[in-house]
Design a binder for this molecule. Structure first.
Ligand code: BDR
Ligand code: CA
Length: 311
């Protein structure tokens, strides 16, 4: 039986890759998508999520919009948008059918998880605001999650500031709540920047994607502009989090205790990942510390190009 999943996202070019990977995976049964403000504002992340689902032939999947801003303090950045003004690098996607679910993301997550007859795995690949609200408002329902899989944080350097990764930097208080003090026991996997930034698509990979058909071509076009100045590879951070569920054997995972810096100094939004946690203390999360990067890229390409073979 396929695994029931949901995803909270802020598309976002690599979020698009994550959504397409889920849609291309028969082992995953996508029950709903929620959106959060992050890479771009909530109106655009919601429209983008719905358009990407329509592109993948999954316009039937319900989408609910979540938090427009972070819980406590809106982050300020001088950096230009890595994902372009519209969040998807200017590609033209189909007009999504239907309407956005009227419920706020936290309520929609709770209703969907409560209605499921089996435990649901939740991917969180944007700022953790919606998940923190879900945990705070519906702890008994959240406790029924099979697992939360987060793309975010870093063991080493950040990408928004020298210390902080974007998703945690955007809403550190939400990340603190979800990763260190959830109030509920949810098995949690953290897929940090250290691993995802080493799992990038090179020119040959983008050519494979571009050659697969219209879906691959649009995805390659979006990814082409998303290099973050990293040189030869285009990262697909959020899609790596999906692969952590589809192919755990390609990743090395260790339990760790996380500290999120919620102070207002230069390391705000950074994560301290203690890979040698003492037995006593707060909850641990399973942190992906390494991956077979080429195998992960190969698996992602297989999945996403399969969407073009379907149509
Ligand atoms: C994360 O930040 C966002 O820009 C990406 O979509 C990804 O979720 C990487 O740091
Ligand atoms: Ca994202």
């Amino acid at each position: 039986m396929a695994r029931a999943v949901m995803i909270d996202c802020d598309p976002g070019i690599d979020d698009m890759m994550a959504l397409l990977t889920i849609c291309a995976s028969p082992e995953l049964d996508l029950r709903g998508v929620t959106t959060v403000g992050g890479n771009v504002g909530i109106a655009l992340t919601t429209r983008n999520a719905r358009s990407v689902l329509a592109l993948a032939g999954r316009g039937d999947v319900p989408v609910a919009a979540g938090a427009a801003r972070s819980l406590v303090r809106s982050p300020v950045s001088e950096k230009e948008h890595a994902h372009g003004d519209d969040g998807l690098g200017g590609i033209v996607l189909p007009e999504p059918p239907g309407t956005v679910d009227a419920r706020p993301a936290a309520e929609f997550l709770a209703a969907t998880v409560a209605a499921a007859t089996e435990p649901v795995t939740l991917f969180a690949v944007g700022p953790l605001t919606d998940v923190a609200l879900f945990y705070a408002m519906y702890p008994q329902v959240a406790a029924r999650l099979e697992r939360l899989v987060v793309m975010g944080g870093s063991i080493g350097a950040g990408n928004m500031t020298p210390a902080a990764e974007f998703n945690v930097w955007f809403d550190p208080e939400a990340a603190h709540r979800v990763l260190t003090d959830p109030g509920v026991r949810v098995p949690t996997t953290l897929v940090p920047l250290d691993v995802t930034r080493r799992t990038g698509l090179g020119d040959a990979d983008l050519a494979v994607l571009a050659g697969s058909g219209p879906i691959g071509a649009l995805t390659a076009q979006a990814l082409g502009g998303y290099r973050h100045g990293l040189g030869a590879v285009t990262p697909v951070h959020d899609a790596v989090a999906v692969l952590a569920v589809l192919h755990p054997e390609l990743m090395t995972t260790r339990p760790a205790r996380i500290h999120v810096d919620t102070g207002y100094g230069p390391s705000r939004g950074s994560t301290v990942v203690d890979l040698n946690p003492a037995p006593a203390g707060g909850p641990t999360v399973d942190v992906v510390v390494d991956a077979d990067h080429r195998a992960v890229v190969g698996a992602l390409l297989d999945r996403v190009t399969s969407l073009d073979r379907r149509v």
